[in-house]
Design a protein around this ligand. Structure first.
Ligand code: PEP
Ligand code: MN
Length: 360
């Protein structure tokens, strides 16, 4: 893939590897990273010049000057270069600087007005564009952004799966929701589909597992944030790896299919993730319940009320059991569960005011 004449953004035998820093910070950092990546099996060098930061006050990119550094990368290493665009001005400046590939970021994909503006600015150009999935789990918004670019005459449009913002706590920065890229693959098998484990993981530890899953699901490539000194990166420091680590990671990836049915593999992964998420929610709720119980304990102590109130407990249990039955839960299971929860609540309240022994 290193000869410019053969330039098509199609799935290759080998996964397409896009690597480079989250942000172009300085000319030295960009060039040093690119030189180290040149022989690491990388096809396209990435660096963000305009950074869509969630909150103001963080580093928002070096802007147009980053494009000149990317041109030096092209000249000195022969690598193709890619950067993120979010509006007409970005597109125009990238075209002027001969950037090889553009990508639309997750926050921009979520905004059809912005995507249309980019599509209009790209009319008549042959530049390949990769579209990240939106931050919310809306496959149509993703597909819609791809279609807007295609309608503008862009022949080489690809997709990047970067996960979605979690609702609650998650081990991931962005939950992978593997069924989303797999559905896109079913709907549009012709599209190049790349995985971005960096923005899914949000840290270096989870990176390799996500990359492995993506290849097992037969995605066409990976975009991995790489920096000469990741710990001092101006953005996304926790998730970037050195070119050396990238090389080791790529060497270890087997690309072995997850199961013979890749859709089933994706679904299984998502279901496991949902279970983890639900368990975390259960723990949060239990902890909250115990705090409230302790507060009630204080109130009872102040007002000289008994900790265990038989009538109230009988009513609660009856209410919970019938609700649980209506939701297909086993009566004995629910009764035992609530009995344990109740015992623990009483134990907490007794710490505040030990009046009556806990219910056995
Ligand atoms: C990025 O690739 O640096 C980036 C900002 O990604 P995303 O749009 O996926 O958050
Ligand atoms: Mn980033």
């Amino acid at each position: 893939m290193n000869t410019k004449s053969a330039w098509t953004l199609k799935a290759q035998e080998q996964p397409l590897i896009i690597a480079g820093p989250c942000s172009a910070e300085t000319e030295e950092q960009v060039l040093a990273t690119a030189h180290q990546l040149k022989d690491a099996g990388v096809d396209i060098f990435r660096a963000g010049s305009w950074k869509p930061r969630t909150r103001p006050g963080s580093f928002e990119g070096v802007g147009q000057q980053g494009l000149a550094w990317l041109q030096r990368v092209q000249q000195e290493t022969g690598l193709r270069v890619a950067t993120e665009v979010a509006n007409t001005l970005h597109v125009e400046q990238c075209l002027q600087h001969g950037i090889d590939v553009l990508w639309v970021g997750a926050r921009t994909t979520a905004n059809p007005f912005a995507v249309q503006e980019i599509a209009d600015a790209l009319k008549g150009t042959g530049i390949p564009v990769l579209v990240k999935n939106p931050v919310n789990p809306d496959i149509n918004l993703w597909l819609g952004a791809i279609e807007r670019l295609e309608k503008a005459g862009i022949k080489q449009v690809g997709a990047i799966h970067r996960g979605i913002s979690p609702l609650g706590k998650s081990v991931y920065r962005n939950n992978p929701e593997w069924s989303m890229p797999m559905t896109l693959k079913e709907l549009r098998p012709d599209l190049l589909l790349i995985n971005d484990p960096s923005h899914i993981a949000g840290n270096r530890q989870l990176l390799a597992g996500i990359a492995e899953t993506a290849l097992a699901l037969r995605m066409d490539g990976l975009m991995i944030e790489t920096h000469i000194t990741p710990e001092t990166a101006w953005s996304d420091a926790d998730q970037q790896i050195t070119p050396q680590t990238l090389q080791e990671l790529l060497a270890k990836l087997s690309g072995r299919p997850l199961t013979t049915d890749t859709k089933a593999g994706a679904d299984l992964n998502d279901m496991r993730h949902s279970i983890d998420y639900i368990d975390e929610q259960l723990i949060d709720l239990l902890s909250y319940r115990m705090q409230v119980a302790a507060e009630i304990g204080h109130y009872k102590a102040q007002h000289n009320l008994t900790v265990f109130q038989e009538n109230r407990w009988a009513q609660l249990l009856e209410k919970h059991t019938s609700l649980a039955l209506s939701k297909n839960l086993n009566e004995e299971f629910v009764t035992q569960l609530f009995d344990r929860i109740h015992q623990e609540s009483v134990r907490r309240q007794q710490r505040v005011l030990p009046l009556i022994p806990a219910r056995a």
